[in-house]
Ligand binder design. Structure first.
Ligand SMILES: NC(=O)c1ccc[n+]([C@@H]2O[C@H](COP(=O)([O-])OP(=O)(O)OC[C@H]3O[C@@H](n4cnc5c(N)ncnc54)[C@H](O)[C@@H]3O)[C@@H](O)[C@H]2O)c1
Length: 259
């Protein structure tokens, strides 16, 4: 049976690869992006987010079977914009489309955080303000610590996924919500980085290669599909073992040596 799935960031990279994969499998995709999408909306602004939500509800007829929030800006983008798009642009879709998902069949949502949640530059204040829903405050806090917008937004997003996923509005309606945390993936976002012959030494990549976008699209598809119905609130690292190799003694927050 064909599903209706909304994908933000559907015009490029992982979002585009996922959209093609789902369409090839006869699902209906409602893409959201700045260009080349069913819904043209700027997730950087409250008006753009509202427009995205309203249009997706209209185009879906009020029932959505899945949501993949892939839109995002890179680390090098302006800190305040990164916080707005990568955190608030994602949480607004989760909030605004929650009831539409509840009307769908076996509804599932997945967002893209980043392996940078464990090593990226972070402003703890910006993370807290994101989680408190204070966009202006979070943006200024990130700007006060240059280069911290990306890590702060992605870390806050990973936490928020756990909070939202386990809230009654989601878990009580058997809706799943998970995050993936990719390492370096070959997409237009990383084209410049990967063009450097020595890029491998500049970022944590245990396997010495970047992931291909289809490898990540497969994981996103898993979180939207029937085999992940008992998984929710998880943050799955898809980083070629980089996170595991740095934290061999820990399973999430608990030390393996604790009682
Ligand atoms: N590529 C990587 O190595 C990597 C690693 C970890 C996490 N990520 C995350 O994965 C996600 C997808 O990245 P990608 O590599 O496919 O990048 P990409 O640049 O190829 O695609 C991102 C898409 O998001 C859209 N977008 C950006 N700002 C937007 C806005 N304000 N409103 C609406 N759409 C907007 C862009 O137009 C683009 O189509 C991002 O959230 C990124 O942070 C990427």
């Amino acid at each position: 049976v064909s599903r209706t799935i909304a994908i933000s960031g559907s015009a490029s990279g992982m979002g585009a690869t996922l959209a093609t994969k789902l369409r090839d499998a006869s699902d209906r995709v409602i893409g959201i992006d700045l260009h080349d999408a069913e819904v043209i909306a700027d997730l950087c602004t409250p008006e753009g987010r509202q427009r995205a939500v309203t249009e997706v509800i209209r185009l879906s007829g009020g029932a959505l079977d899945g949501l993949a929030a892939c839109a995002g800006l890179p680390t090098r983008a302006q800190d305040a914009k990164v916080v707005s798009v990568n955190y608030f642009g994602v949480t607004a879709l989760l909030e605004g489309l929650c009831d539409t998902l509840a009307a769908g069949r076996e509804p599932a949502a997945v967002v893209i955080a980043s392996a940078a949640v464990t090593f990226g530059k972070v402003s703890p204040e910006a993370v807290e303000l994101c989680l408190a829903g204070d966009e202006a405050g979070a943006c200024s806090a990130a700007e006060a610590r240059p280069g911290s917008g990306y890590g702060s937004a992605k870390l806050a997003l990973a936490h928020q996924v756990r909070r939202v996923a386990t809230s009654q509005r989601w878990i009580g309606r058997r809706m799943t919500l998970n995050a993936i945390a990719p390492g370096v993936v070959r997409t237009p976002m990383t084209a410049e980085l990967l063009a450097h012959p020595n890029w491998v030494s500049s970022v944590p990549t245990t396997m010495g290669r970047a992931a291909e976008a289809w490898e990540l699209a497969g994981v996103l598809e898993f979180f939207l599909g029937p085999y992940s119905r008992f998984i929710t609130g998880e943050v799955l690292f898809v980083d070629g073992g980089a996170e595991a190799s740095r934290h061999t003694a820990t399973i999430t927050a608990r030390s393996a040596l604790e009682g």
